[in-house]
Design a protein around this ligand. Sequence first.
Ligand code: CP
Length: 311
Amino acid sequence: HRHLLGIEQLGPLDITTILDLAEDYVTMNQGTAKHSDVLAGLTQINMFFENSTRTQASFEIAGKRLGADVMNMAMQASSIKKGETLIDTALTLNAMHPDLLVVRHPQSGAVDLLAQKVNCAVLNAGDGRHEHPTQALLDALTIRRAKGRLHRLSIAICGDIAHSRVARSNILLLGKMENRIRLIGPPTLMPAQIESFGVEVFDDMKKGLADVDVVMMLRLQRERMDGGFIPSEREYYHRFGLDADKLTLAKPDAIVMHPGPMNRGVEIDGTLADDINRSVIQDQVEMGVAIRMAAMELLARNLRNARPTAA
Ligand code: CP
């Protein structure tokens, strides 16, 4: 693959290849020599048109640990503010010969469009409600490490499914790896005809969580609700928030996940989120660096194969 735009374009072998390579980087990142030169000589530009802590920081750390020259575009200070379009901005940066462009944008499809206009490899760091492929890959690595496998698991994805690119990428990935997926949330936060993705849908946590191996909570994404359904937080927490009591319905060794940023006391109890016997939330963050290192290394290999080196 030339770009990493979504899980939709990946097959099970692609997914396993990225996870296996990321395992090596987990080991490297836990040591004291956190450096390699696999991206030496390459330029990585991070363009985040939407706020981020985890994805932006981990892509930057990943690039630096692999020896790339990393540049973070300060989008708030860029000529976007003078009315320059996304595509003109991308073409301008493209003229400076970057090799890897990491892009987050609030509009679904914007990153795919940009990828058609540039010569370098593009990595989607989240586009609107569409996809967040590196999030699904880091979630998959977290699950595989905690459960010892990434197939035939029963996985509940809970909350604001309708506005979530994390949910969409995870549904695609976990489905490709032959897991049983349950979506739990209020009908107003469930996309229409989502059953066609081969998932089971519940509006009751007690029924949906029964005997699952993994409970993945999602943030209520008010910034994408356009003034539509905005539930009362107290009512939402009562019905759909995860606490120790509701978690007893899942398997006794079920793990708790959340992509972050989390609203404690809205979608998840803060004490449960911090319980390292059940919660793998910090592992997800750790896996994020390794997955982004692996994804960039694989794209860089393709770049090097595609471009003849100077004699
Ligand atoms: N999970 C995730 O994408 O977090 P950030 O928005 O902080 O990058």
